[in-house]
Design a protein around this ligand. Structure first.
Ligand code: FAD
Length: 265
């Protein structure tokens, strides 16, 4: 691991440090690749920030900052804004109000055994799963956002985020193909949770054994039996999923109660 200190962590838990690092990276690195935002791109950013502001079980100062960003984006009379304006808002609100979002990445559950492994893509998946689970657990959080009563809306927003902003273009293309194939079959918030879980496992199995895999974190169907024995059942001698149990597990794993502030400043 070179000079970097390894942070001990529990793979059955989520870490605030990972989710906040993902937000920092998303706002200050990934968006910065777009010099200005307009039209469908700007709409995608607004919708994504609305979801995060309403659904993330984050710490109060971070949630307050996201809420300000969401309100500012919603109130903009312009249909094109320079990226610098988004950055200024984030930085100024932080300076004036003392609200704080980490200004560097610190990966915990998403640490890689080498710096180029894991990190942001890992934490982005965690953020996405957290959003689908929270939308199912707390539908009232989406009242008056235009997302209420539209069970595909959260996934469609994640899909547009990936297509528009995710720096890994190849990932965007694959995700888009999966979405085109079956996203329209999702009818309830619970089905949205399971759709994302299923597709993430498709990605896991596609990437198993490739050089992008961290040898310390081999790709395997998730949750593994040690994390969720009840999720696995044997049908005619073959390992298969008990999807009812998987749903229960996902709702617990991506819940507020499973989030640890250890390692967060
Ligand atoms: P990740 O796969 O990033 O998973 C992060 C954490 O989520 C795991 O540690 C585990 O706790 C949990 N988890 C694992 N599986 C599931 C599941 N099924 N449901 C719920 N939670 C789960 N890389 C490519 O090379 N090609 C691609 O096409 C590609 N597509 C991607 C698409 C998206 C939308 C994203 C966000 C990433 C994509 N990536 C792709 C990156 C890749 O999926 C991994 O994020 C990266 O290789 C790091 O893997 P990891 O070991 O940290 O685990």
């Amino acid at each position: 691991v070179g000079t970097t200190v390894w942070r001990e962590f529990d793979k059955a838990r989520l870490y605030t440090a990972d989710l906040e690092s993902a937000l920092h990276y998303l706002l200050r690195v990934e968006l910065a690749a777009h010099r200005s935002l307009a039209g469908a791109e700007l709409k995608t950013l607004k919708d994504f920030i609305t979801l995060v502001a309403k659904l993330l079980p984050g710490r109060p100062p971070v949630m307050k900052l996201l809420e300000m960003l969401q309100e500012w984006l919603a109130s903009l009379p312009l249909d094109r804004i320079p990226y610098e304006a988004v950055l200024d808002l984030v930085n100024n609100k932080m300076r004036i109000s003392g609200l704080f979002l980490t200004s560097h990445v610190k990966w915990v559950g998403c640490q890689g055994s080498r710096p180029e492994l894991r990190g942001y893509p890992c934490a982005l998946w965690q953020l996405f799963h957290t959003l689908t689970v929270q939308a199912a657990a707390r539908p009232e959080a989406l009242v008056d956002t235009g997302f209420e009563g539209a069970p595909q809306a959260v996934l469609q927003t994640l899909r547009r985020y990936v297509r528009t902003f995710f720096g890994c273009r190849e990932c965007g293309k694959h995700f888009e193909e999966m979405a085109q194939e079956s996203l329209d079959t999702v009818r309830t918030p619970d089905q949205a949770v399971l759709w994302l879980w299923r597709k993430h496992n498709v990605v896991n199995s596609r990437l198993a054994g490739l050089p992008s895999e961290d040898p310390r974190f081999p790709k395997a169907p998730w949750p593994t039996p040690d994390l969720c024995p009840a999720c696995h059942e044997e049908v005619k001698g073959l390992d298969s999923w008990d999807e009812g149990q998987v749903l229960v597990f996902l709702k617990q794993h991506y819940s507020h109660a499973n989030l640890l502030d250890t390692y967060s400043a």
